[in-house]
Design a protein around this ligand. Structure first.
Ligand code: SF4
Ligand code: SF4
Length: 448
């Protein structure tokens, strides 16, 4: 019996590559009138979506068409940055031939936020706490769409596009086996160019996570690494403990409200007001109940903390804390359903160039072209849990020999979760929360 396109997508383990790792088969099973491919890629210095769109245009366009057929959508739109129009001419031609539109977006941050992208593409506003489906749209990252196209041919997800940039000798975009250690990526980019200790932002400087653990593996949601010297102010700022951020914010916030005035969600018409959330730092639980609600619709883009606040405070982190607190206490806020775009929305976008200057990373703003670098990845680690949803169940035991593409983890639940496939040939070792696969030759050398 045919399992259909959503079944193939589920079997191949396709998840959202652009954020939370939401399983793609759930989107493929939904009904919508518009499919939007998210190629906005607004995180500074990351170029993996651009390089993928140049290299894999036919597969992305086919993914859009397949998702349109599966959801019943009559309109397909690929959102990309206008500044790359020339490089993306082949994509535009392929899209035109398939009846898919290419939407050229401005170079501002965060164009890739779903609420903003849906508005830019359709002029529809997602209701507060809603998802694109609430306004008839399905949004999917361009890499996820390429993976859906491969899934339709029975090819599972075993690799990931990543950019390695920042303080490296050669900024580069690669397609690497899932589970590749960060250290292998940095070596492929020629190693550190910092001349001292470095840290990496996995997934980008605005919304990624900071790490110095280069044994960490590339996951299905990792867009790349931005290496920075340990002494860089962004590293220092991000390394502060939540308690220190809280203490500084409590004493130094003068309620100027710049964080709110530049908040993209606020400008789109949502009740996000980080300056009010900052007030909660000074209050007891009763006060938090008043102010925390203004964090509820925050998308954690980081613009308030890293760009807007003249005092270098941490309103994004205050919002994250407020959201976590509300979740822990089971608090849900009620919002008006009508959203009205702020009259100055179009005039107050933050250009990515200006953002990079403020972040102190403009000297690293170079192309990161795709390179066919043969990585000798000897060991990969595949987490059983990928972002959204529940963990998969391992199908293999320690000592098993597996081949690239073989299903090694299965998600059988009805909700969110994803299958896992071996990304290299090798021998399995199970850890508590993942599957390690080591190449046999390496293993025998190790045990010789
Ligand atoms: S911009 Fe900074 S100082 Fe001004 S209200 Fe926001 S957190 Fe406070
Ligand atoms: S992180 Fe700050 S700027 Fe971004 S949505 Fe949240 S409150 Fe607004």
């Amino acid at each position: 019996m045919s399992i259909g396109f959503p079944g193939l997508v589920r079997e191949a383990g396709v998840v959202g590559c652009g954020g939370a790792g939401f399983p793609a088969h759930i989107k493929a099973s939904s009904r919508a009138d518009t499919v939007i491919a998210n190629g906005a890629e607004c995180e500074p210095l990351l170029h993996k979506d651009l390089e993928l769109l140049v290299r894999e245009a036919p597969a992305v366009v086919r993914g859009v068409r397949l998702l349109m057929e599966s959801t019943g959508a009559t309109r397909g739109i690929i959102g990309v940055k206008k500044k790359y129009a020339e490089r993306l001419a082949p994509l535009s031609a392929a899209a035109r031939g398939a009846g898919v539109e290419v939407l050229f977006l401005g170079d501002f941050y965060p164009t890739g936020d779903e609420y903003i992208l849906v508005y830019e593409a359709t002029r529809r506003l997602i209701p507060p706490r809603g998802i694109p489906l609430n306004v008839g749209a399905v949004v999917s990252n361009v890499e996820s769409l390429m993976n859906m196209s491969r899934a339709a041919d029975g090819i599972p997800v075993t690799s990931k596009y990543v950019t390695v940039a920042g303080a490296v000798r050669r900024a580069v975009t690669l397609e690497v086996p899932l589970g590749t250690p960060f250290g292998d990526l940095i070596r492929a980019a020629g190693g550190s160019a910092a001349g001292g200790d470095v840290a990496a932002f996995a997934g980008g400087v605005m919304m990624g996570s900071l790490t110095t653990d280069f044994d960490q593996p590339v996951t299905k949601t990792c867009a790349g690494l931005i290496l920075l010297p340990l002494t860089h102010r962004l590293v220092a700022r991000t390394s502060l403990t939540p308690a220190a951020m809280h203490r500084i914010g409590k004493s130094a916030c003068d309620q100027c409200s710049y964080c709110t005035e530049l908040c993209p969600r606020y400008l789109l018409g949502y009740d996000v007001e980080p300056h009010k959330v900052m007030r909660s730092l000074s209050f007891t639980a009763t006060g938090e109940d008043v102010w925390n609600r203004y964090a509820d619709l925050c998308c954690s883009c980081g613009l308030c903390t890293l760009y807007a606040c003249p005092e270098d405070l941490y309103p994004r982190e205050a919002c994250d804390g407020s959201k976590a607190d509300a979740r822990a206490r089971g608090v849900t806020w009620q919002w008006k359903s009508a959203v009205t775009v702020h009259p100055i929305y179009d005039g107050r976008h933050v250009p990515v160039g200006r953002l990079m200057k403020k972040l102190g990373i403009e000297s690293y703003d170079v192309a990161a072209p795709f390179a066919e670098i043969p990585l000798s990845v000897r060991k990969v680690t595949l987490p059983l849990f990928h972002g959204a949803g529940a963990a998969a169940r391992s199908l293999v035991r320690t000592g098993a020999h597996v081949s690239r593409g073989q299903k090694v983890g299965e998600y059988t639940g009805e909700g969110s979760g994803a299958n896992i496939h071996a990304s290299i040939d090798g021998v399995v070792k199970l850890t508590g929360d993942g599957i390690v696969i080591e190449q046999q030759e390496e293993r025998s050398r190790t045990h010789a």
